[in-house]
Design a protein around this ligand. Structure first.
Ligand SMILES: NC(=O)C1=CN([C@@H]2O[C@H](COP(=O)(O)OP(=O)(O)OC[C@H]3O[C@@H](n4cnc5c(N)ncnc54)[C@H](OP(=O)(O)O)[C@@H]3O)[C@@H](O)[C@H]2O)C=CC1
Ligand SMILES: Cc1cn([C@H]2C[C@H](O)[C@@H](COP(=O)(O)OP(=O)(O)O[C@H]3O[C@@H](C)C(=O)[C@@H](O)[C@H]3O)O2)c(=O)[nH]c1=O
Length: 303
């Protein structure tokens, strides 16, 4: 049966990488969707795009009934963690209520749902984590993403959950920075930055995350899959690698921790994922952080 894959949040970082990847797959029909206008229209004039605000139940019902996808990769979310902490109603609407609308439609139309989740559902007391780890969020964004997972796991539709962590990459017409570009651009500007050395992550190249989501949908996989890199690093260690690669001044990177650096929303300290299940079951093989930096360097040097 021909796969018809609908991506939610196709204007986002992961959404754009999924469009780039899936549009090249033979025998697969792609439906891109997002809340705003299509940011990829100039890049991919032939891209089939439909406006879809996933918080609007009627839109979810009508678009899915019209487009009849066989698979959905749900990337859309409110992803600014501090904004979620300070604006909890829109966070819940975008991260939980929207998922309930999608689950309902996937059950009605027998659509395979791949839902993208996060390490922030965990407390940060221990890591790196397997798929069996017990959640315990420490911020509202994490609470919303855990509630979304529970809605998906209670579904009678075919579902898979892809958990990831600290995604970096370059997207078109995109407002948000990421750890690699933020460090590179700060050091290039001669700016001193305070970077925490007490948070542990397995940073994820956006292209690898897209590959992981594609492997899940392609294989009609079921259950939870950790999709990230396999290198456990602190942001401080990541910053040093970025400085090394771009030959920038490491002395501008000042080591910080929770006692000297804080953000409106608490961050889980130790996360990061064990990815052996995805490696063995899906054939998932991510880039190293250094390879990821090199890929971004190539992309920024040409764009
Ligand atoms: N980035 C990271 O470090 C991590 C991300 N994740 C998860 O991965 C997924 C993708 O993240 P990422 O690509 O970074 O996110 P982005 O913030 O880059 O993109 C999210 C997209 O979702 C869209 N969106 C938001 N609300 C709606 C809505 N109601 N209807 C339709 N589209 C909507 C946004 O549209 P608009 O542009 O109009 O705002 C945006 O384009 C998310 O589920 C996130 O929770 C998990 C771990 C780490
Ligand atoms: C801005 C800043 C960040 N950091 C560190 C904190 C953190 O570990 C890392 C990234 O910080 P940010 O606040 O940009 O990102 P943060 O909101 O922590 O990223 C999270 O995003 C959501 C969507 C997720 O799902 C999580 O997996 C995670 O990736 O860099 C510093 O050390 N100094 C700084 O000045």
């Amino acid at each position: 049966m021909t796969k018809r894959i609908l991506i939610t949040g196709s204007n986002g970082l992961l959404g754009q990488k999924l469009v780039e990847l899936i549009r090249q797959q033979p025998g697969v029909e792609l439906i891109a969707s997002s809340r705003g206008t299509n940011k990829l229209a100039a890049l991919y004039p032939d891209l089939h795009f439909v406006p879809l605000d996933v918080t609007d139940r009627a839109q979810v019902q009508s678009v899915l009934a019209a487009e009849r996808p066989t698979h959905i990769v749900h990337t859309a979310a409110m992803t600014n963690v501090d904004e979620c902490e300070l604006n909890q109603e829109p966070c819940w609407l975008q991260n939980v209520t929207a998922v309930e609308h999608l689950v309902e439609a996937c059950e009605q139309l027998s659509i395979h749902l791949t839902h993208v989740s996060t390490d922030f559902i965990f407390s940060g007391e221990q890591g790196p984590l397997s798929e069996e780890a017990v959640p315990g969020p420490v911020n509202f964004y994490g609470e919303s993403k855990l509630a979304a997972e529970r809605a998906v796991q209670a579904s009678t539709a075919q579902w898979a959950i892809v958990r990831t962590v600290l995604v970096y990459g370059i997207a078109h017409d995109y407002g948000r920075t990421n750890i690699v570009l933020w460090v590179r651009d700060s050091l290039r500007a001669g700016k001193q930055i305070n970077v925490v050395d007490d948070q542990f992550r397995t940073p994820t190249l956006a292209e690898d995350l897209a590959q992981g989501c594609w492997l899940v949908a392609k294989n009609d996989a079921a259950g939870i899959y950790n999709i990230s890199s396999s290198e456990l690093l602190t942001p401080y260690q990541m910053a040093l690698q970025v400085a090394e690669y771009f030959e920038l001044d490491k002395d501008l990177i000042v080591k910080a921790d929770g006692s000297t650096f804080s953000q409106p929303a608490k961050r889980p300290l130790r996360t990061g994922f064990i990815i052996t299940k995805a490696q063995q079951h899906l054939g998932y093989h991510p880039h190293t952080f250094e390879q990821g930096i090199a890929l971004l360097a190539q992309q920024t040097d040409v764009s």
